[in-house]
Design a protein around this ligand. Structure first.
Ligand code: SF4
Length: 484
């Protein structure tokens, strides 16, 4: 398998750092036409953030194709209601496009709200709705007055920008319609909101348990295992703890502006970042020193518990090489650190929505010579995965086929996973998955391993005793000096 024919597009070159020379990278730009970006549309971004609110009804106003993005693709878990697992669409047809889809939308909201009695209804605008100019806000407003339930329009027309524009639309919808509308008289002083975890495999329950053990209360989860009533009173918490920075920092920032509630950025992946997430919260509540004491005791006992197993796997994984590509950049930092804990190097790293500061930090964190990619595409990923000869690719649903086609072990750290990878226990799960995948004997038989690259020399001058020129030309030994 060769990368010789894979050329970077001229307009993409500034968003790629090839690991050589001074560090300089462009980012936060619209995707280059023709580059087949790994990014999703704005509608997808909004859906990612809001969909896990489990007692709300989610209606996609658009053609049925947009509604393909359902719970089955990103299965956020709920400890109670499961309304979010149903996917509703107005299924716009040609006539709706010509004459408008407002009546159809109003009828859908009315019918569904009566059938399911949700705590709120989110109505997502898709591309065609923006093109034909349906007044989604007006329909929602009139339905809310009629039904007495919050009916929340989400300005998520797919063409508005990247997935990040959709994140912003979701945050705006929450801020403008729910946050600050609940009674906060029962909220305790040492309390937080957990923002930016989507509870794909029960992570939010693990994290909440850690905070509770420290003596810190959780008011609201945005949005994994989310509830409308909790979002209404999240302005009562003393601190917002933001994990997925790309998706929900805007909400934390707006709450800070309006209610004066500070926020911190955290990550729950890997020993260092998980511990830091607990210590940073304890720091904010230093009026009660027992919170920090309990945090330290918890970290000490968890690290002691998981270390022997991690070290056992590290023996096999030492020196193996990984490529990482995720939606937000903050997760990449944790993954680089987690891989280092189990002996692996990160040689390719990138994200869909990283900022200049993110990439600078990533450049400092990654191993020497690592390739960094902003808003990349399948061609570039294939090129660098092969050139850096990685043993593992960590990504999501769109990166999985790239890895398998190239014959590279893969670890899903995104939508489709069913195993919790956050917290201390999550790091053990992550290491087990990486170990099982990287150490599988199957990779010996994939084309790039079964037919390794021919050695660079083609004209042997001297050969070890017993070798012939014909043997030398097809030999794969990397130790004999290539006959030179
Ligand atoms: S780009 Fe537009 S049409 Fe495609 S899924 Fe997104 S909203 Fe729907």
């Amino acid at each position: 398998m060769s990368t010789e024919n894979i050329e970077l597009l001229e307009k993409r070159k500034a968003q790629v750092h090839d690991g050589k020379g001074a560090f300089e990278m462009a980012c936060e730009k619209a995707s280059v036409a023709g580059s087949v970006s790994q990014r999703a549309c704005s509608f997808c971004g909004s859906r990612v953030v809001l969909y896990p609110i489990a007692d709300a009804l989610h209606i996609v106003h658009g053609p049925i194709g947009c509604a393909a993005y359902t719970w089955d693709i990103r299965g956020a878990l709920s400890s109670g209601p499961n309304l979010h697992r149903l996917s509703f669409s107005t299924d716009m047809q040609e006539q709706d496009v010509v004459y408008g889809g407002e009546k159809k939308l109003a009828a859908a909201i009315r019918e569904l709200a009566k059938a399911y009695v949700p705590k709120a209804v989110f109505v997502y605008a898709t591309c065609i709705v923006g093109v034909i100019g349906d007044d989604v806000k007006a329909v929602c407003k009139s339905a809310e007055a009629e039904l007495g339930t919050p009916i929340i329009p989400v300005d998520s027309e797919g063409f508005k920008g990247s997935k990040k524009a959709g994140y912003h639309a979701a945050c705006d919808a929450l801020m403008n319609h729910l946050v600050g509308t609940g009674d906060i008289s029962d909220v305790k002083p040492h309390s937080i909101n957990i923002l930016g975890d989507f509870n794909l495999a029960g992570e939010i329950w693990m994290i909440e348990d850690y905070y509770k053990k420290m003596g810190v209360d959780v008011v609201c989860r945005i949005t994994g295992d989310g509830r409308v009533e909790d979002i209404r009173k999240m302005h009562g918490a003393a601190l917002n703890v933001v994990q997925c920075s790309g998706s929900v920092t805007r909400l934390a920032e707006m709450i800070k502006q309006k209610y004066g509630i500070p926020y911190i950025r955290v990550s729950y992946f890997g020993i260092e970042d998980m511990s830091r997430s607990l210590y940073d919260v304890a720091e904010v509540f230093k009026d009660d020193p027992t919170i920090m004491e309990r945090a330290k005791a918890l970290v000490a006992s968890e690290v002691k518990r998981i270390m022997p197993e991690l070290m056992r796997m590290k023996k096999d994984l030492e020196g193996k090489r990984a490529a990482i590509y995720t939606g937000g950049a903050f997760k990449v930092f944790s993954l680089v650190r987690s891989l280092r804990t189990i002996g692996m190097k990160s040689v390719v790293a990138g994200s869909q929505t990283g900022t200049r500061e993110d990439y600078q930090q990533l450049h400092e964190l990654c191993d020497e010579g690592a390739v960094l990619l902003d808003d990349t595409n399948p061609d570039e990923l294939a090129k660098f995965v092969l050139e850096k000869d990685v043993d593992l690719f960590i990504g999501g649903v769109k990166e999985r086929p790239i890895a398998y086609k190239l014959g590279v072990a893969f670890c899903d750290h995104n939508h489709e996973r069913k195993i919790a990878l956050a917290g201390f226990e999550g790091l053990v799960n992550f290491a087990k998955e990486v170990h099982a995948s990287v150490m599988s004997p199957v990779w010996k038989f994939v084309p790039r391993r079964a037919n390794p690259k021919p050695k660079e020399h083609t004209a042997p001058r001297s050969m070890p005793i017993g070798c012939t020129p014909a043997m030398c030309m097809s030999c794969t030994s990397s130790t004999c000096g290539g006959g030179s």
